[in-house]
Design a protein around this ligand. Sequence first.
Ligand code: FHN
Length: 456
Amino acid sequence: MSKRQPLVVGLALAAFAAAAAAQTARAQQAAPAESPNAAARRWFEDAKFGMFVHWGVYSLLGKGEWVMNNDKIPIAEYRKLPPQFNPTRFDAEEWVKLARSAGVRYITITTKHHDGFCMYDSKLTDYDVVDASPYGEDPVKALADACHKHGVKLFFYYSLLDWHHPDYFPLGRTGHHSGREAKGDWAKYVAYYQGQVRELCTNYGEIGGLWFDGWWDAPDAAWDLEGTYKIIHDLQPGALAGNNHHVAPFPGEDFQMFEQDLPGENSAGFNKAEAADKLPLETCLTMNGSWGYNANDHAYKSTEALVHALVGAAGRGANLLLNVGPKPDGTIPAEAAERLLDLGRWLEANGKAVYGTRKGPIPPQPWGVTTARPAAEGHSPTIYLHVLKADVKEVVIPEALTTSVALPLGGKTPLKKEITPDGLKLTIPDDARAPYDTIIAVDVPVPTPDPVPLRR
Ligand code: FHN
């Protein structure tokens, strides 16, 4: 951090301290009741960590969720998959317990992906897991019940793009090998998909929200997104609507997602949009290189890389939605389960610097990121420095933090501080270093607010 760091850091620090002081003062007055949507957005921002599940009949082929399009499989052939789909080893309780052990706070599952096959019991089509597969049960219902039982919120991924439905016409950029006739009634397709959104908001109890995808296939089509978001908000006032369209958020959307990149990055080429400053953010990420089950993809990211993704997202005010692609038998690949348990162990020890925080007042640095926790009862606000580079021996933070106390997370011995021309230098002792992320808690003294004059 150089002293010449733009004024923005100083302003951010001042804003952080002012917000902390204001929050202390506000705590003394009755807070106005917040709307269910505002409460849900705040919950989402606090949650920090979700598990994405891409599961469908495509898992039988073990080549990912785009196999129908990539292998140019027409519907007449693809329809032979559901009768072979019988995930007898699927255990919703097991999935949710694994998620809880990983420190996951919500699960987002594909209810219908681009292939058009519904992994839930829809009354609007027989092309679903209950009517078209020997399994004959509704895995989404089982998952919803297990999530409600274990206090995990459940979000539904829903693909607007549909390679199967005869009224998804005109075709968009993909799905040109499905063998459908070159005709269809787009209004009927909109009524179909909005009817399914209604089903998802009605039949599974309280849900966390809807995660839409596939808008990018036909960006100029009459999707009636505002009508769709109204259905969600009317039926489930505490549910959030998000749409993975890779452009700036539309009216009615409650969070913004980024794919395979942290907000502000675009290595994957998906994320052209800036991070909206007023919406909760989320980055979705594969553990290997595939969303749906890919039998040949063993290129799993290291636990360190996944911790850095989780912390890197939190340091940019975003959640991490980490993906698993279950096998056709309903089990989660062993490598994925292993990574999830590693993350759970790390969060067990360090979750305080992640859950419930917001992005810190110091922007991402070469050494890492910062998260911040507002003042709590009897506790000053805390800035967490996440030193992600193992070879970094000292960090320089704004001089304005001169009066703060900097402790290794869980440690008792304050770090040595030195005022330098670049700012306040903290030296990290070797015994304070931790695997993946050395976290320094900087307790920021907050001026005690002037006593509120008693009203006569
Ligand atoms: O095409 C989909 C893909 O299969 C996957 O569901 C990802 C997850 O974010 N979204 C789309 C690609 O942007």
